[in-house]
Design a protein around this ligand. Sequence first.
Ligand code: BES
Ligand code: MN
Ligand code: MN
Length: 462
Amino acid sequence: MNNTQTFISENKDRFLNELIELLKIPSVSADPNFAGDVRKTASQVAESLREAGAENVEICETAGYPIVYGDKIISTDLPTVLVYGHYDVQPADPINLWTNPAFEPVIKKTEIHPEGAIFARGACDDKGQMFMHVKAFEAMIKSDELPCNVKFMIEGEEEVGSENLGVFVKENHERLKADVILVSDTGMLANDVPSITTGLRGLSYVEVEVTGPNRDLHSGLYGGCVANPINILAKMIASLHDENNHITIPGFYDRVVDLTDEERAEMAKAPFSKEAYCKALDINDVYGENGYSTMERGSIRPTLDVNGIWGGYTGEGAKTVIASKAYAKISMRLVPDQDPEEITNLFLNHFESIAPEGTKVVVTPHHGGEPAVTPIDSIGYKAASIAYEKTFGKKPIPVRSGGSIPIVSMFEKELGLKTVLMGFGLDSDAIHSPDEHYGLFNYYKGIETIPHFYVAFTELFN
Ligand code: BES
Ligand code: MN
Ligand code: MN
């Protein structure tokens, strides 16, 4: 791997400049106004794969945004790594909260990233992390040190639910045949505390609508006499947690796999400073389910959160009105073995059952996803662990993440493959938020670590 690492160190500036170019294209999959830019990004990713040395590069059309495929097959006797990533990004809103425009990348030093970090939407999630794979692959190819076969599958609809990826995977079992899936779309504990993500939460996402009277009413003439949908919605939502912050939906916890005391003790070994955590968020205490640590609440326990709530008058000044309708968007993060469809149904039945007389409730399910876990005794995990140890000089800690990547469980079902989550982002990188950034240390460390994974995986495979 010596030549690969030399190639990386000699091409650092170019690797960074190419990422900056990619970050300039606003590939926001949620907003149709950016459709042209999303497609342009797909072309640019395809071009960078070609330049890196990939073959059979193809922009595969779907019913939505295309999936970029490319591969390098050196021998059918060697194992194959399938790399997944996404080139689409979250909307930049609220844009006025960005210090610099979201699609005009700048490099700035921060307390956590003294070497500098690149600020732009998608810097960490996931263009920066996806591009590390393209550059690591380029370095291995150009140094003639690629030890096994590689396939790339980079999609453009991850942030909107990956609906068409499922179809693509179903129709391309043969083309996607591999021995392991490698993804960098998660995080690690800290730059000096490397960790590998061994679990992801699932997701059930619903929108609720509460209707009271058939029209907006004068709050003096009708106030006190009819159900106010906003009052009712607030009450219904509040009732979804009890005094211990347990979720009250009947059956919600039935399939939750509790960790053993040993597993919890193992988890508690990961460094966590409540003080630093609170300080970073300007809060004076944490909040959550009784009986669990903050680390546990954010990874091995399911949650229910309102993501948005609206209705009635929200303009300047005061308008005395009882709205006809109130709305909320609610997400539930799920853990093994909760099933998103089942949870959505439990929510729906419960929410309808607690609606008082004089109101109507409609629950509309959105996209969901299943939770996933990577066993630490798999050769994929072991290879990743060896790779991190080589570049960080420390053994990485296995950590379950609170985020969701629904396609991971889909890959397992469709392709029979486990995914190794080699994420290099930090929680403080502000993914999905204004001022998203990605440390230069993390970008380069990722590019250096990935080739070691290929070598270790190929060795362990035989
Ligand atoms: N890369 C994230 C997921 C993630 C981030 C997992 C950090 C673990 C650590 C991904 O792009 C994402 O945002 N997923 C969505 C789910 C999706 C269905 C919209 C999420 O977790 O909210
Ligand atoms: Mn992502
Ligand atoms: Mn995301």
